[in-house]
Write a protein that binds this ligand. Sequence first.
Ligand code: SAH
Length: 269
Amino acid sequence: MVSPSHPIFEGFPEFRPGTVWLVGAGPGAPGLLTLLALHGLQQADVVVHDALVSDAVLGFANPSAEHIHAGKRGGKPSAVQADITRTLIALAQSGKRVLRLKGGDPFVFGRGAEEALGLAAHNIDFRIVPGISAGIGGLAYAGIPVTHRDFNQSVTFLTGHDLSGDLPLAIDWAGLAKAAPVIVMYMAVKHLPDIAARLLAAGRAPDEAVAVVMEATLPTQRVISGTLGDVAALMPQIAPPALIVLGPASSLRPVLDWYDTAARENRYG
Ligand code: SAH
């Protein structure tokens, strides 16, 4: 393993005691961590991580680091979130180097902003270390480019549930259906039939392609495809964590699907 004093880290920022790094762990494969994330993991006194962060990624942490599991799955009550933010504040105030490790990117449906706001309110210095978001890098592992200039000039990231676990009320389904050629949905397994019904009612075509990518970038990655009009047929085969992609992006998958045939046995990516 590369040590924190390895020349590759020369000039990297120091992880000062009493500060928090909010770090994106990427979609799952440890090889998709950034160098800054690795640098932080090697120095942290305590790692506070989510359910979606794999053991292999946690294995990069300093062996003497304390690990705190702060996982939340499926939109549990926000009180849990307040607890996590309080924990980060207390650990930083006790003088620790605190690394908050989140799946994907901390600012993409990861509540990283809420935690950062909590830290700012308590005058705790923090750093954001972006990660590869599952909705971009995870899909690349399924041969699904989120943009292709022949198909889409924009891409929309949608969350399938709000704080209470319900379908977000604020979504303008008619506007979305009209304006978003490719929709990448996070946390959308539970409400997928409802989401599909709303998009169909708003004018999307029943024969539009839907791809579901589960456990993206991991050796256990699975991909299934179907159509918007028939998501019911897909439901029994879907298990979280999953990304759901609507639109032409997944039509390139038969040609671009490199991961299924490549180094799947390599658990680092
Ligand atoms: N901050 C994260 C997203 C957190 S929300 C990011 O930027 O990727 C959690 C959701 O992300 C899951 O419900 C799922 O929709 C998606 N997700 C994260 N990792 C995934 C993976 N390896 N495979 C499929 N979906 C994943």
